[in-house]
Design a protein around this ligand. Structure first.
Ligand SMILES: [Fe+2]
Length: 298
């Protein structure tokens, strides 16, 4: 059974301008030359994009629209049972099409009036400070490619389903959007790589892979879970710890597998208080103190 992952494929551009996406050998599309050509073309679109211009239109195929439709349909029932209420409210508010892949331009027209957030294209992995820092401006860097159609319910890397159907429905909710913004401000406030990594780990264990308890049930609020058909069904079986910022900031994790350990908040309010409070206050000195305490013998 494939375990969904969050490993962006490296993208390179040759001197004569050819763009290549380097898919891993065990990527479902690795042996599919048509898929590889499409990945290169979509990555080239993102690399040619100029800031302060509309995101490029990605010419999706019928097969790619089918993947979106299948995944949205499968996630629909799971979200009703396993997504937190703030996500369901955001989904209701944004009303993304579920029968075809919306263009980032379309998503922006729907999202801007709600919370001011905007999508810009990304060819692949965006440097940490650029990705997180941009959130402070209401900017979310998003890939536009789609996972391989042979395994629609699996992707080794964050594709447009994760970025838009996972994060987008969160960004459409005022309380979620506020958390993303202050996470961005935190990334810009800290100066050291250690502090930025600490901030990114807290983000990972909250807005990517966070769960919370609502009416006695464990529900997902992290986009990595909300966009993963397989992993969202595993949250109740995970090793659930209570929200613990010092631990979240140093906890190691493997991005190529389901997360065995998750931090569970007591409602969305506790996410805002503890995770939001941390993002609002964090600086290099605080991280140094937390790292010191984390390394101190128990
Ligand atoms: Fe993500």
């Amino acid at each position: 059974m494939f375990e969904e992952a969050q490993l962006y494929a490296p993208v390179t551009r040759s001197d004569d301008g050819d763009t290549t996406v380097h898919l891993g050998d065990n990527h479902p599309g690795a042996a599919d030359p048509d898929y590889r050509a499409r990945r290169n073309a979509l990555a080239a679109l993102a690399m040619d994009w100029q800031p302060d211009t509309p995101p490029p239109t990605a010419p999706y195929t019928a097969a790619e629209h089918d993947v979106w439709r299948i995944v949205c349909a499968e996630l629909h029932g799971l979200h009703e049972r396993l997504a937190c209420s703030a996500y369901l409210e955001g989904k209701q508010r944004l009303r993304l099409p579920e029968d075809r892949i919306p263009q980032l331009v379309e998503v922006n027209e729907m999202l801007r009036p709600l919370t001011g957030f905007q999508y810009v294209p990304a060819a692949g992995l965006v440097p940490l400070l650029e990705f997180y820092g941009s959130l402070a401006d209401g900017i979310f860097h998003s890939t536009q490619y789609v996972r391989h159609h042979s395994v629609p319910l699996y992707t080794p890397e964050p594709d447009v389903l994760h970025e838009v159907f996972g994060h987008g429905n969160c960004l459409a909710h005022d309380r979620f959007a506020a958390l993303y913004r202050i996470a961005g401000e935190a990334a810009r406030r800290v100066q050291t790589p250690e502090a930025l990594e600490f901030v990114s780990k807290v983000f990972w264990f909250s807005l990517e892979f966070g769960v919370l308890r609502e009416r006695g049930e464990v529900r997902a609020y992290g986009a990595g879970l909300l966009s993963s058909y397989g992993e969202i069904q595993q949250i109740a079986q995970a090793d659930l710890r209570s929200l613990d910022i010092p631990r979240m900031g140093v906890q190691t994790y493997d991005i190529t597998h389901y997360q065995p350990l998750l931090f569970c908040a007591d409602g969305f309010g506790e996410v805002e208080d503890l995770v939001g409070g941390f993002f609002a206050d964090v600086d290099d000195e605080l991280v140094q103190r937390l790292l010191l305490n984390a390394s101190a013998p128990a």
